[in-house]
Design a protein around this ligand. Structure first.
Ligand SMILES: C[S@@+](CC[C@H](N)C(=O)[O-])C[C@H]1O[C@@H](n2cnc3c(N)ncnc32)[C@H](O)[C@@H]1O
Length: 279
């Protein structure tokens, strides 16, 4: 069966997706919604997008809503995407944490995990004695499907083909037999990363310790400006004074009011680095 969506049906999805995720689907996204949801309508033998909408909103445990949001969201990512951010982490953030040897980073829309594992590799490789450091990376996303992938830490060869041989050797286990062509993140990295489902639209997040850095890259672009402004204000609450916010290279905070100082393109710092006092 070939599905099509009416303007009225599409606007139901626009409102639902916006309320649940902050993602604003422009009118040009009708074809995308049809392409991504048709298979699910077929699986459920539902005749129209209205019928699927009713099915989603009447599902009391909200499993179908989670599924719908999984299908709608764009999950493109890769290891060492926008590499200057990792360089900055290594050269400008890590040296200031030498005394405490404790680093807390949040990858706030981690998709299938390449970003938090890249942060883990960067930190691990940047110090001579990683076992003496306390590295903790919180990796979160709204998509349970992506989080399941991230938690497994298993990637097909094409996802790691661009990585230097040394990185592959140090940080990945090469699959054998049935797993030939797959690469699994080694335990010294997976042990640094905790995965959790967090919807960025929630009023507060289950994060206790103040963070040294937040990576929120390539997701702001899907939100409208008021939503971006609310989100960035929340990030401010969870960062240490002097902590950093990284956004995607095609994103900008230029159009919203925020308390951060732009220290490099797409890198923002919360004012007031803690000053170390002499004893
Ligand atoms: C394009 S990926 C970005 C992945 C990674 N940060 C990067 O730059 O490579 C966008 C991710 O944002 C997630 N996302 C969208 N809306 C969200 C929300 N309201 N809360 C949390 N994650 C969300 C999607 O599920 C998707 O995995």
């Amino acid at each position: 069966m070939i599905y099509s969506i009416t303007n009225e049906e599409f606007s139901l999805y626009q409102t639902l997706v916006y309320q649940q995720t902050g993602i604003s689907l422009s009118d040009q996204k009708q074809a995308l919604v049809v392409a991504r949801l048709s298979k699910r309508l077929r699986e459920l033998s539902l005749p129209t997008f209205q019928a699927y909408f009713d099915y989603v909103v009447n599902d009391t445990d909200q499993d179908e809503l989670t599924r719908l949001l999984d299908l709608i969201s764009t999950n493109k990512t890769e290891f060492f995407r926008e590499p200057v951010h990792f360089q900055f982490l290594k050269e400008h953030i890590l040296p200031h944490l030498q005394d405490s040897r404790c680093v807390r980073v949040w990858s706030a829309a981690c998709s299938s995990g390449e970003e938090p594992y890249t942060i883990a590799m960067t930190l691990y490789d940047a110090v001579p004695d990683p076992a003496q450091w306390n590295f903790k990376i919180l990796a979160s996303d709204i998509s349970t499907r992506m989080l399941a992938k991230a938690g497994k830490g298993i990637y097909e060869e094409e996802m790691v083909a661009h990585l230097p041989k040394g990185v592959l050797r140090r940080h990945f286990l090469r699959g054998k037999g049935d797993n030939l062509g797959r690469f699994k993140i080694k335990p010294h990295l997976s042990g640094m990363v905790v995965h959790r489902r967090i919807n960025l639209m929630e009023d507060s997040y289950p994060i206790r310790a103040p963070l040294d850095s937040i990576f929120c890259r390539n997701v702001l672009i899907y939100f409208d400006r008021p939503t971006q402004a609310r989100l960035v204000a929340k990030f401010d609450r969870y960062l240490k004074p002097g902590g950093y916010l990284f956004i995607g290279h095609s994103e900008s905070l230029q159009w919203i009011t925020h308390p951060f100082t732009c220290v490099a393109p797409t890198i923002y710092q919360k004012p007031g680095r803690e000053v170390k006092r002499e004893a």
